[in-house]
Design a binder for this molecule. Structure first.
Ligand code: NVA
Length: 307
């Protein structure tokens, strides 16, 4: 059966572990697997800004023997000039897989239903599962195990990264505490789904108003921008509201002494994270950025094996 990565829970716990094992093997031996030999083409479609996603997919696809075809979603006027269904059918006739960054999860689902090739979520407003695979690979490298590890996500819990952390963390059997102001928790349906997954994996999800309560004893402390793509008009209100959740050295001091600090980038120093923290000894953000390539090579290889 054709598989896609549209949200973090598209992978079962066993499948997530399998993809992460593959990512580690690929990192150790980057040119061993050539599932895109030909070269076969992977379409990289962007309706929104990108740096890490475009460069890590492009480099990774080249290392898998393939060709990365960047498609400017704005130029194509997808959904306006022609329907997403028709765009999907056209892309699927040219590419072995479609990787898409767009606003709405529902449009991504439409793409997956009509492309006839594996579709990968390269960020929507709701989820960022490629980042989570890279993040979990990074936690494995620095902490060792995922199951039972305590993670704190502080700041805008309602953004794609908050949703993805609770879903992917639950899948991995982690204990995820979200420290966020009222109204900025992960999506209620996502929380319910994550809770159900956690009940099977031994993980847990907790919501905290107090950022100190969220961070206390965490082995992994995560934050993200307070103004995600598409939220720019709310910037002033958000900066005020989220200030108590800023990842400062003082807040980090409540975590485990050897806790690692993660941020998917782009980061705004002095806002959601202090320069001393993101540029400090506990930060693993550049490993996260590198691991995008390895983790995405793994998920593409895994999906292509099932296409
Ligand atoms: N939450 C951020 C993630 C950026 C990679 C955003 O959506 O802008």
């Amino acid at each position: 059966m054709m598989r896609h990565l549209l949200a973090d829970d598209d992978l079962t716990p066993a499948e997530q572990a399998e993809v992460l094992d593959l990512a580690a093997a690929i990192k150790a031996d980057p040119f061993a697997l050539r599932p895109l030999e030909g070269p076969r083409t992977v379409a990289l479609v962007f309706d929104r800004p990108t740096l890490r996603t475009q460069v890590s997919f492009s480099a990774g696809i080249a290392e898998l023997g393939g060709h990365a075809m960047a498609v400017d979603g704005g130029l194509a006027a997808m959904g306006e000039r022609e329907s997403f269904e028709d765009v999907a059918r056209v892309l699927g006739r040219q590419a072995a897989a479609v990787v898409w960054r767009t606003a709405h999860q529902a449009d991504l689902v439409t793409m997956a239903e009509h492309a006839g090739v594996p579709v990968v979520n390269a960020l929507t407003d709701e989820f960022h599962p490629c980042q989570l695979l890279a993040d979990l690979q990074t936690v494995r490298e620095h902490v060792g195990t995922l199951a039972g590890t305590r993670v704190a996500f502080v700041g805008d819990g309602a953004c794609n990264m908050g949703n993805s952390w609770v879903l992917a963390g639950a899948t991995a059997g982690m204990h995820v505490a979200v420290g966020a102001p009222e109204g900025y928790e992960p999506d209620a349906a996502v929380l319910a789904r994550a809770g159900e997954i956690a009940s099977r994996t031994g993980g847990s999800i907790t919501l905290e108003r107090d950022p100190v309560a969220a961070v206390t004893d965490a082995a992994v402390v995560v934050t993200d921008t307070w103004v995600s793509m598409g939220r720019e008009e709310e910037a002033a209100d958000r900066l005020r509201l989220f200030t108590p959740y800023s990842l400062t050295a003082g807040l980090l001091a409540h975590a485990a002494p050897d806790a690692i600090v993660m941020h998917c980038l782009p980061a705004y120093r002095g806002t959601e994270i202090d320069a001393a923290v993101i540029d400090g000894a506990q930060s693993v953000v550049w490993d996260e950025a590198e691991n995008r390539r390895h983790a995405q090579k793994a998920i593409l290889t895994w999906l292509l094996e099932r296409a």
